[in-house]
Design a protein around this ligand. Sequence first.
Ligand code: GAR
Length: 189
Amino acid sequence: MKRIVIFASGSGSNAENIVRYFSDSNAIEISLILSNRKDAFVHERAKKLGIPSYTFNKGEFEEAGLILETLKQYKIDFIVLAGFLLKVSQPILDAFPNRIINIHPALLPKFGGKGMYGDKVHQAVIDTGEKESGISIHYVNEHYDEGDVIFQAACEVLPDDSVNDVAQKVHQLEYKYFPEVIEKVVLNK
Ligand code: GAR
C-alpha cells in the first residue's frame, strides 16, 4: 500500500475527489491532509471523510522538521499538492525526490509562478484573451510551477466566459484526470 499526503490551502474539492477515488483501492491510501490554513474548508472535508488533518504555519513549513517528522509518523510515500499556496522547502524536496506532484489550473508554462493561484489564474487567462485554458500536473521542484510536466488537458475559453465559468471547466478537468494521473505516477504505470 502506497500512502499519500495531500497538501491543500483552501476549499479542498480536489482533495475530496482524490480521497473518494482511492477509497476502495488496495494499492493507494490517502493517509493524511495537511494545510497552512487553520480555517481552510479542506479540514471540514477531511473530518467528514475520516482522514486526519493538521495545520502548519509558514515558518514550520519552511523549517520542515515537524512536517517531516509527521510524514514519517504516517509512513508517507508520496506528496500531492492540490490547491496549495506555499513553495515547498528544500528539506521536503530532498526527502521526497520525484515524489511530489502539483496541479496547476492553466496550461503551463503560461500563467504560472508566484501568486498565480486559483481565480487569479483564470482572471489572467481572460484578461489576455486566451482561447483555451486547462490543467497541468507536474513534478514539484524549487521553483513555482517549473517542474517537469506529466500531463496536460485543455478546455475552451469563450469570449464572454467569466472567471467562474473558466474555473468550472478547469475543475471538471481536474476531477476527471488528477486521480488517474496520481495513480499512474505513484504506481509507476
Ligand atoms: C484548483 O483549481 C487548483 O488547480 C488550484 O487551486 C484550486 C484549488 O481548488 N491550484 C493552484 O492555483 C496552484 N497554483 P480546491 O481547493 O477546490 O481543490
